[in-house]
Design a protein around this ligand. Structure first.
Ligand code: AMP
Ligand code: MG
Length: 408
């Protein structure tokens, strides 16, 4: 049986990023850049005014004070988007708006608030350091400058800089389409009142939400009964996606057909079972280049498996350089005790908070693999290594910070 670390490595060894596509900038948010991206222009493209005011020569203002203003002749108006048609000489000024190109001869802009305006003239009330309120060509971004590294997840701020730098179309790894299948004769839709022996299908919603939260596109499939022929047919259909996730039917029950049907379809088994609680019977296959996860049906186990194994794989598939959540040490208030001797790593749902500069965590409630209420408050997973059966109150635990962006 693979340890959690081994299982993750086995998965990441198999998953290759989806081939890059060239996408319009408007579709790139949240995707990974497929290459280093460089500016195709200098920004700003020309030297321009940073204020609404007057473009002038700072040397003219040597004697300016509120009591002895310097009067300059105003040559005209220049709006943003217009081009200056005259140069500014000594004793002259051009009224200029923010973003308008600096006219030749001017070296400084005085903000309108520091002036008094007349008919054809302006009084400047203060002297100014030469070069003030001017934005120089290329002072923000230079032509050829690297803006974003390959594998970086594009955020709104990146999109803005890329737009200013002229990257209308850019190479990205596409949003992965993830088929999500839930299996079980007992399952009914969330909108239905479950009849005797039936329960609502929590996994289809939980897993699709996790897929979407990972930046990928979920493709929910209709629930699959515990019936081999139907399962095989749905799996064939799901093979059109970039990744397949199934829940249920992966254990050793009489109606657990998932392994057999995946292999009948031609999927190559990489491993089945991870030495962990909750969620042991996770299986991972490759169907050609397509990763396939067979996830156990218990809802908490399923979500935890997604968090620990599917999400890193999905990030690798989508070309993100960083695949792992931040890890931190915390004091486990209240401690924990469990069974030793089964060689399994235990994952505990905890709520972590910072207090006096230290991270403290406590269990969110009962930790059974079907206890969804423990997910409501959780913002981290505490990882208890195999062989540890006890954490004293306040003792140290390692956390995976599941609400924070991947940082490594
Ligand atoms: P299985 O992995 O199919 O043996 O299912 C294990 C447990 O998880 C059983 O109690 C199932 O009823 C439950 N379960 C399986 N699939 C789902 C689902 N989609 N939503 C909620 N519970 C499920
Ligand atoms: Mg089942």
């Amino acid at each position: 049986m693979a340890t959690p670390a081994e299982a993750l490595q086995l998965i990441l060894d198999q998953v290759a990023p989806l081939p890059a596509v060239r996408l319009p900038l408007s579709e790139a948010l949240g995707l990974a850049a497929a290459e280093d991206l460089h500016s195709t222009a200098q920004v700003p493209p020309f030297t321009n005014s940073a204020m609404d005011g007057y473009a002038l020569r700072a040397a003219d203002l040597a004697t300016a004070t509120p009591a002895t203003p310097v009067r300059l002749r105003v040559l005209g108006d220049l709006a943003a988007g217009a081009i200056p048609t005259c140069a500014v000489g000594s004793g002259e000024a051009l009224r200029i708006m923010t973003g308008a190109p600096l006219p030749e001869g001017a070296d400084t802009v005085v903000p309108v608030e520091q002036t008094l305006r007349g008919e054809g003239w302006v009084d400047v009330l203060h002297l100014l350091r030469p070069g003030l309120h001017i934005r120089h060509a290329g002072e923000d971004l230079q032509l050829g400058q690297r803006l974003v590294a390959a594998g970086h997840r594009l955020r709104p701020g990146d999109i803005g800089a890329l737009a200013a730098a002229g990257l209308a179309v850019l190479p990205c790894h596409p949003r992965a389409r993830v088929a999500v299948l839930t299996t079980g004769d007992e399952l009914v839709d969330v909108s239905e009142q479950p009849g005797p022996g039936r329960i609502r299908d929590a996994n289809i919603h939980a897993l699709c939400a996790q897929v979407a939260a990972s930046g990928a596109q979920p493709m929910p499939f209709p629930r699959v009964p515990d019936e081999p022929a139907t399962l095989l047919r749905v799996l064939e259909e799901a093979a059109g996606a970039d990744m397949i996730l199934t829940t249920g039917g992966i254990s050793v029950g009489d109606y657990d057909f998932m392994k057999r049907m995946l292999e009948e379809l031609g999927a190559r088994r990489v491993f089945w079972k991870v030495a962990q609680k909750p969620g042991g019977p996770l299986g991972f296959w490759m169907l050609g280049a397509k990763p396939v996860f067979g996830i156990p049906g218990n809802p908490v186990a399923a979500m935890l498996m997604f968090e620990e194994y599917v999400r890193p794989a999905l990030r690798q598939l989508m070309g993100y350089a960083n695949r792992h959540r931040p890890v931190a040490e915390a004091a486990l208030e209240g401690g924990w005790s469990g069974k030793v001797g089964d060689g399994r790593t235990t994952f505990l749902r905890v709520v972590a908070r910072r207090e006096d500069g230290r991270l403290k965590a406590r269990l969110t409630g009962p930790q059974g693999s079907a206890i969804l209420s423990s997910m409501l408050l959780a913002n981290a997973l505490a990882v208890i290594p195999a062989g540890v059966d006890r954490i004293e109150p306040g003792g140290p635990v390692t956390l995976h910070l599941t609400e924070e962006n991947e940082d490594h």
